[in-house]
Design a protein around this ligand. Structure first.
Ligand code: SF4
Length: 142
């Protein structure tokens, strides 16, 4: 039986990114992933109740703020909880998540200045999944 893996829906080609686009992986990479895992798509920002398109957000300390200053911490947390719920429901102990995102980024995220500067850190969902023993991989490491 194949292992189950959570995957950022935008990596599968779902147009759920903040600007209404996706981050679809190359077909060969997708095929490889599908051969190895049963994939469970999640978009934490959508699950948290944010619209697509939406104003981009970044982590700022303990909060997540949109570029216009709205506090969207609760929405990001709700989305992370939903992703964790699905991971547990399906028994997924691996997650393939979009790098650098304030939700899905693992190891590197933007610094909260909206200036395109990356710093060490995890997105809200990646952090929660890791805290619950789930291995998080970025798309460039698969
Ligand atoms: Fe992709 Fe994650 Fe952003 Fe949704 S929250 S668009 S899955 S990176």
């Amino acid at each position: 039986m194949k292992k189950k893996a959570i995957i950022s829906a935008c990596l599968l080609g779902v147009d759920c990114r903040y600007d209404g686009g996706s981050n679809k992986l190359h077909d060969a990479k997708l095929r490889e992933l599908k051969e190895k895992y049963e994939l469970i798509p999640v978009c934490p920002e959508c699950y948290g109740g944010l619209t697509t398109p939406r104003i981009p957000s970044e982590r700022v300390g303990d909060k997540v703020l949109s570029k216009t200053g709205t506090d969207v911490t609760a929405e990001f947390s709700r989305g992370a909880e939903a992703a964790l719920y699905l991971a547990k429901l399906f028994g997924a102990d691996i997650a393939v998540l979009k790098e650098n995102s304030p939700s899905c980024g693992s190891g590197c995220i933007y610094d909260g200045s909206f200036g395109g500067i990356l710093i060490s850190g995890d997105g809200v969902t990646a952090q929660l999944l890791k805290e619950n023993g789930i291995t998080v991989l970025g798309e460039s490491s698969i």
